[in-house]
Design a protein around this ligand. Sequence first.
Ligand SMILES: [Zn+2]
Ligand SMILES: [Zn+2]
Length: 251
Amino acid sequence: MLQGLLKPVRRRIGFWFDHLAPRGCALCDQALAPGAFPSVCMACILAMPGINRLRCARCGLPASAVTDQQACPCSIASPAFDQTVAVADYVAPLDRLITSLKFGRQLNLARPLGELLATRWLGSTPAIRLDCLVPVPLSASRLAQRGFNQALEMARSMAASVRAPLPVMPFGLHRLRDTPPQTGLSLVERRHNLAGAFSSGARFDGLHVGLVDDVMTSGSTLTESARILKAAGACSVVALVVARTTRDSPA
Ligand SMILES: [Zn+2]
Ligand SMILES: [Zn+2]
């Protein structure tokens, strides 16, 4: 009973502590102003490889190697998502933060990563419309093993750090089974590997959906998830990823 009464008080104290107490940059620990957003300092953001990279708007691959979007591998692979918002390249320091979040159980890192995603989305030109966020789900067994879905935690952080309402739909997609690693598989094999792995948990008629994940490598998981969201009525799907690998082509 007493525990139940104290819970909201503790939550409120935590909220004010978080917003008024000085915090350190998630990467270099340099002090940030209370309530600073994102909770990574500007010097660390600007030092991230790929942060200012020109990218293919559709799949997020570096655009430096291609003269126009027609030349990007995604013009052949045709991913089911319409656009990609990626913070930076999947190398240090982002790879380290993501690994610590997922495998080191450092759940506190979901906040800066979600905030970086929000910052990147808010800075998109032209502006990208999003009506809701759907995390790429984990299977029930993987979720039980890890205890949380990092994509959901990042989506929550992103939604909490923007002013406009941006509902997060934790059960927008379900993952019905785990799939073997995609590395070394061809485009057709990757599609076969993921067939039937996801199902939708809601209707998305007429909605512009932000599909949140930590990393895009081949893009196969995101494209299969986007395909299910569109079959459930979504009129557009934007892949929102913290980190993008720089070589693989989307499938
Ligand atoms: Zn820093
Ligand atoms: Zn592309």
